[in-house]
Design a protein around this ligand. Structure first.
Ligand SMILES: [Zn+2]
Length: 97
C-alpha cells in the first residue's frame, strides 16, 4: 500500500502521512494494514480509537490511528482527546456509544 491509498483510507493528507511518519509501521511490514490495529504504532485498537479518528480526522476512514498517535498527530494531549471523547459520548455522539 502506498501513501496515496493510505491517505484515501485514513482521510489524512499524503504530505501529513509522510511528515508524521504514519506509514512507517506499514512500510516495514509485508502485511496489508489491519483495520483493527493503529496504522502508526500497530497497537490493537479499541472502539474509542477508531471513533476518535472518525470524529477528528475523517468520518469515512477505514484505517485508523490509536488515541495516543492521534493526539501526537493533532499536537494535543491524549488527556484532551479523552475528555473530548467523554464529552461527545455524553452528548450522544453515535461514534462513542
Ligand atoms: Zn498508535
Amino acid at each position: 500500500m502506498d501513501s496515496g491509498e493510505l491517505s484515501s483510507r485514513t482521510g489524512i493528507p499524503v504530505c501529513n502521512i509522510r511528515s508524521a511518519r504514519i506509514a512507517e509501521f506499514i512500510d516495514g511490514s509485508a502485511q496489508p494494514p489491519d483495520p483493527k490495529r493503529c496504522i502508526k504504532c500497530g497497537k490493537t485498537l479499541v472502539p474509542d480509537d477508531s471513533g476518535a479518528h472518525k470524529k477528528f480526522i475523517n468520518r469515512g476512514a477505514t484505517l485508523f490511528l490509536c488515541i495516543t498517535c492521534l493526539s501526537e498527530y493533532m499536537d494535543v494531549s491524549e488527556q484532551f482527546l479523552r475528555e473530548k471523547i467523554e464529552h461527545f459520548r455524553k452528548t450522544g455522539c453515535t461514534l462513542f456509544c
